[in-house]
Design a protein around this ligand. Sequence first.
Ligand SMILES: *Cc1c(COP(=O)(O)O)cnc(C)c1O
Length: 424
Amino acid sequence: MNYENSLAFAKEQDQKDPLKEYKDRFYFPQIDRQDAIYFCGNSLGLQPKSAQRYIDNEMYKWANMAVEGHFKGDEPWFNYHQLLAGGASRVVGALPGEVVIMNQLTVNLHLMLVSFYRPEGKRYKIITEAGAFPSDQYALETQTRYHGYNPDEAIIEISPRKGEHTLRTEDIIQCIKDNTAELALVMMGGINYYTGQVFDMEAITEAGHKAGALVGFDLAHAAGNVPLRLHDWGVDFAVWCTYKYLNSGPGGTSGVYVHERHGKDSNLPRFAGWWGHDASERFQMKKGFSPMAGAEGWQVSNSQILPLAVHRASLEIFEETGMEQLREKSEKLTGYLEYLIDDIQADISLLEVITPRDPQSRGCQLSLLVKKNARELFDKLMAAKIIVDYREPNVIRVAPAPLYNSFEEVYLFAEILRENLQEN
Ligand SMILES: *Cc1c(COP(=O)(O)O)cnc(C)c1O
């Protein structure tokens, strides 16, 4: 695409944007009674205006039906989670039976590791990315300890080469090959939260399987951001949160994917609860756990209806747009941001984009390494009513979301960035 550094160009792109109406479906944070420029959907997505109605509906049922709401009415709570499986499975490229919405991300990661990290004999090692989100690091650390291993020995972290910020797929594959005999699991982010790099999940899954290991991903930054094909790629398991690109509220619920070949295996070890038990006899309260087939068999507690209701509101929007259309706009929008930053850089070279330059290796987010006064620059952007985020020690993450951000906002952001860099 041929970009231009002008407001007129940005406005023209917005005019042509088939998704332009969607901006109106979200609430924007107000600063001095004006919509802020919000590029933080990678941290907390905006509230869909429809979410309130979905919540109100359940509050009304609770008020008027109380316990009867579990089994009576149009959408009884007993099966409520099933209303989300279809939409969620299309976001991550899975079969509906391979997905369940429940709990929160890190809890789900632990539940998955119980089933899919099963060290045996010489095979006890886990490969992951260095600098993974802390929750992933702590989950892997404590899971290896739980099995009696020293995490320093059991966890292999892959780092970028010297002088580079992101991982090369060839290095990940090589590391998997080199550890074949001892490898139990490959578990990493689908997108690294810091650099915004999309990992080649298909190639990693293939290499992991060839080495006789299982492969799982934390898709916190990938779900609702880039198209995924978990089932076709053969990924064993995945987890994601719903409050980032999926706009489902602070601390919102989470998604779990389990490939159908595992979903059928009722003998897999797991930490069970009554909601994972065969639904037809769940209320017989009998002894002996018998899991439901598919991802539902990993449920533990009865569904948290209010967070699920918010997520439903959001998934309906993704059902309308589809991931392909979102991705098409996202590549243009983030490409425009990159173009404008490069244009600024021609004059003032204080930034380094550490996110991959290849659009296939990134989603919405660009991570800007600021070479001088990073925190000060971030504060100035915030003072100019631009909401981005800052990650220690010197990175500002900027994530235009195709559902509700515009080319004009990207243009205005770049103008303000230029002004502040000149003073920096
Ligand atoms: C945001 C994020 C989390 C957050 O975990 P919660 O359990 O939802 O608090 C975990 N992992 C990654 C990679 C994240 O980006």
